[in-house]
Design a protein around this ligand. Structure first.
Ligand code: MV4
Length: 447
């Protein structure tokens, strides 16, 4: 097992990884930017190095600085968390060439699934349902128009190097498609360094279901069932839950088995997520793979009882998974609310500043994953998420009541947060009755 791990991240996920390491008897090396200097969670690391100025591109995203910190700090492995370098295949490759274990998938598999068109092709090859669309890339407008006429409008133009909803464009007719192709190509080229595009039929009013997978380096791969992440706004998730409501046992089983089949075919190991959209009729379609631990991993941990961060570390150290698929069952229902420092009444604009007072919630079935405290200053330089409130209860109505109770206890003074909106959503008949799709927030709170 590793003696010392560098955590190449900040905030709640850095703290989450450090906590897992402590329990495993592994020392930690933290890195921080000038904006995070003096943050309380850094005191929980055994060692900490400043790797640059506040700007992420000058610190948390600087591969040479992170690697230098790992070498100076004597770390044998790097946990990237989510965001920043977590899905950078080049970084994973540099780690390997420096003899530092990257706690994540092999860089080859990461590069493969990072190419959304290649991932889609692989899904088709192994019989995982994909949305009807182009057979490969379509940068030629005439070819794209022919595909659109065959599958029917509306269609979605997607960037092969995109993901997470970035670089997508809906087109309703031929003229719109021509324009969408031009814009998407320019945008994708500027944002991702590749203008490669592919086409899919636009599935209207989908639910978003994703499957947690976990594999070791000995060829064992399991799924840890699914999460529903339908409750989002502009691709920012607000509430996640497990199990996914309104999913028949048959479809749940099929989606989860599809995810494992695809991950195996990609030569994947460690933790990952396979994303699907599910239409009103229960048809499911593969969308993309997220080659990292995700923000919402705790809901899966609560229902399965498996610590995903510890599992990531163990399999990165070469250990075998200590369970088989049949051992993994879910118990009860878990919900997660993301607490962001944002003003939801002003277009969700960031609300950085000092937290004058925070009172965290507690009690049976309540988990609060957060690095903030009274006197903590939320920096404008990073993502506005300041914590995640997770509850675990026997049933969905009990989980919702528990979440309402816990959000009611949570006091955060000095900055605006998403808490009031979260409480409204949890009270909304459509949420209670699970009659929502991915457009619910935009339709209900015009913003
Ligand atoms: C789609 C889709 C409808 N049809 N693909 C958005 C994030 C990215 N992972 C894929 N996304 C979508 N792909 C087809 N063919 C709708 C979405 C989508 C969405 C998916 C998951 C969660 C929230 C979403 C919000 C808007 C659109």
């Amino acid at each position: 097992m590793f003696k010392r791990i560098l955590v190449a991240n900040r905030g709640e996920i850095a703290l989450r990884v450090m906590r897992a390491c402590r329990e495993m008897g592994i020392e930690t090396v933290a890195v921080f930017s000038e904006a995070d200097r003096g943050a309380a969670y850094l005191e929980l690391a055994d060692d900490a190095y400043c790797i640059g100025p506040a700007k992420a591109s000058e610190s948390y995203l600087k591969i040479d600085r992170v690697i230098s910190a790992a070498e100076i700090g004597n770390a044998q492995a790097i946990h990237p968390g989510y965001g920043f370098l977590a899905e950078n295949a080049h970084f994973a490759e540099v780690c390997r060439s420096c003899n530092i274990e990257f706690i994540g998938p092999p860089h080859e598999a990461m590069a493969l699934v990072g190419d959304k068109n290649a991932a889609r092709r692989l899904a088709k090859e192994v019989g995982v349902p994909t949305v009807p669309g182009s057979d490969g890339l379509v940068n030629d407008p005439d070819e794209a128009l022919a595909v659109a006429r065959k599958i029917g409008y509306p269609v979605l133009v997607k960037a092969a190097a995109g993901g997470g909803g970035r670089g997508m464009r809906v087109a309703l007719d031929d003229d719109a498609l021509r324009a969408a192709l031009k814009q998407a190509e320019l945008e994708a080229d500027a944002a991702f360094g590749s203008g490669d595009l592919y086409l899919e039929k636009y599935v209207e009013h989908p639910r978003h279901v994703e499957v947690q997978i976990l594999g070791d380096t000995h060829g064992n791969m399991v799924h840890l069932w699914e999460r529903d992440c339908t409750m989002q706004r502009r691709h920012q998730k607000l509430i996640e839950e497990s199990p996914a409501p309104r999913l028949s046992d048959k479809v749940r089983q099929a989606i989860c088995e599809s995810a494992v089949r695809l991950a195996k075919a990609a030569g994947y190991y460690n933790a990952g997520t396979v994303e699907f959209i599910v239409d009103r009729h229960g048809n499911y379609y593969f969308i993309e793979v997220n080659a990292r631990i995700q923000v919402e991993h705790p809901v899966t941990e609560m229902v399965t009882g498996i610590d995903l961060i510890k599992a990531q570390i163990a399999v990165a150290a070469g250990e075998r998974l200590p369970f088989t698929q049949d051992d993994i069952r879910t118990r009860g229902v878990a919900l997660e609310c993301r607490i962001n420092a944002e003003d939801t009444t002003k277009g969700f604009r960031p609300s950085p500043g000092t937290i004058h007072r925070i009172i965290p919630p507690g009690g049976f079935g309540v988990r609060f994953d957060s690095h903030v405290h009274t006197g903590y200053t939320v920096s404008p330089h990073y993502d506005s998420m300041i914590g995640k409130l997770i509850v675990h209860q026997p049933t969905r109505p009990e989980a919702i009541a528990c979440m309402q109770r816990a959000l009611g206890e949570l006091r955060i003074e000095g900055i605006k947060t998403t808490v009031p909106l979260l409480r409204e959503i949890l009270d909304h008949p459509a949420f209670l009755e699970t009659r929502v799709d991915t457009t619910f927030i935009e339709r209900t709170w015009l913003s």
